[in-house]
Design a protein around this ligand. Structure first.
Ligand SMILES: Cc1ncc(COP(=O)(O)O)c(C=O)c1O
Length: 401
């Protein structure tokens, strides 16, 4: 057996089989490239599901982390630490909001957003106790906790995990009429991904997010945007909501906020909304820790320069032009996306998404299938145009174009 096979066999023997990874074992990575244990190089067109927007081993992020590692890494929230105030202030400012609730993973931040919206509903909106409803979209992906999978429409994500948390109303994504009908006086929030990543990079119809904004404002309902995957530069803007000129009531952030170095997530909102909490009502041992704050502060500084958003816009236009040509050749049935982010539906005669991903791996390109014959392309935003073109040439090769 090769080292790769041995390591995979050992991982399969000792880890819960919750994933079906491609048979590659990464040892090192730099920028948009990863190298496996046998020295083979791969172009990373997944970027850790957008957690690696700034690339592998980004020097600014690594230096920020190293410097903080030498000072203090964890205090818990029992005490203040000297990076916390700046992190909260800068993140709130980046979002055009006032307060931050720091957590670690995306799912924790979504859970925190749901708890925040419910508490706001009871304390501020005046919803009768126990009656709060949150409206969500079909095909959503917000994480894997018991409450979050309770409002998933993916049977694989839900099966055998009941009983489910009540209090959620599911409407079709992109359908404003259905959304309007679902919102009642007990609705405290509408929770949406501005672009549905895991569903296959689904972009809602133009005007949808602006329509949701108008409806939620009219009905005194919080608009909660889960920008965990769509946010922080991926679509060419800091937030995908900006494409429709929308400022939601709450951003839920994660993934790239920790620069692919440490898990950092947050709920960001107004004082009226996040100010509903009292000490002891919510918390996290690691949320807002010094190492997380130091890395996230560097991420925020990088986003403030606008450089990554510009790269995502320019390279994204190129990516979509090239994929459009492949679609014209009939090998791809649909391309969706925005910025440096694309979901491509491949004609099933060329194989399932998994088979295409394996063939790309053999050619030195790493991507991930989502559903059926859909493959997602989301390179680190630091990828060069030459490397992106090389990756696209491999895709053409796999499709015989
Ligand atoms: C939109 C969205 N929300 C939430 C999550 C969950 O994040 P995590 O895996 O960090 O819990 C994801 C992960 O893919 C996501 O894409």
């Amino acid at each position: 057996m090769s080292t790769t096979e041995e390591l995979i066999a050992s991982a399969e023997a000792h880890s819960a089989p919750t994933y079906h990874p491609l048979p590659v074992v990464v040892a090192t990575a730099d920028g948009a490239w990863m190298t496996d244990v046998e020295g083979r190089r791969y172009l990373d067109l997944l970027a850790g599901y957008s957690a690696l927007n700034f690339g592998h081993g980004n020097r600014r992020l690594i230096e920020a982390a190293k410097a903080q590692l030498e000072r203090v890494t964890l205090t818990s929230r029992a005490f203040h630490h000297d990076r916390f105030a700046e992190f909260c202030a800068r993140l709130a400012e980046l979002c055009g909001m006032e307060m931050v609730l720091p957590m670690n993973t995306g799912a924790e931040a979504v859970e925190s957003a749901v708890k925040t919206a419910r508490k706001w509903g009871y304390r501020v909106k005046g919803v009768p106790e126990g009656m709060a409803k949150v409206v969500v979209a079909g095909n959503n992906f917000h994480g894997r906790t018991t409450t979050i999978i309770s409002f998933s429409t993916d049977s694989e994500a839900r099966a055998d995990f009941g009983p489910y948390t009540p209090g959620f109303e599911i409407v079709p994504y992109g359908d404003l009429t259905a959304m309007r009908a679902a919102v009642t006086e007990n609705t405290v929030a509408v929770l949406l991904e501005p672009i549905q990543g895991e569903a296959g990079v689904l972009v809602p119809p133009a005007g949808y997010l602006a329509g949701v904004r108008e409806l939620t404002r009219e009905r005194n309902v919080l608009f909660v945007a889960d920008e965990i995957q769509s946010g922080l530069g991926r679509t060419g803007r800091t937030f995908a909501c900006e494409h429709e000129g929308v400022l939601p009531d709450m951003y839920v952030l994660g993934k790239a906020l920790g620069g692919g170095v440490v898990p950092v997530s947050a709920v960001v909102s107004s004082r009226e909304v996040l100010g509903v909490f009292r000490p002891g009502e919510h918390g996290s041992t690691f949320g807002g820790n010094p190492l997380a704050c130091a890395v996230a502060l560097e991420v925020i500084a990088m986003l403030r320069s606008g450089e990554y958003q510009r790269r995502a816009t320019e390279l994204g236009e190129h990516l979509h032009r090239e994929l459009g040509q492949l679609a014209g050749s009939g090998r791809i049935t649909q391309v969706r996306g925005r910025g440096l982010w694309a979901g491509i539906d491949i004609d099933p005669v060329y194989g399932t998404g998994r088979e295409i991903s394996e063939k790309l791996m053999d050619r030195g390109v790493l991507v991930k299938d989502t559903h059926g014959s859909t493959v997602r392309i989301a390179p680190p935003l630091v990828i060069s145009k030459e490397d992106l073109d090389w990756g696209l040439a491999q895709l053409r090769g796999v499709l015989g174009a």
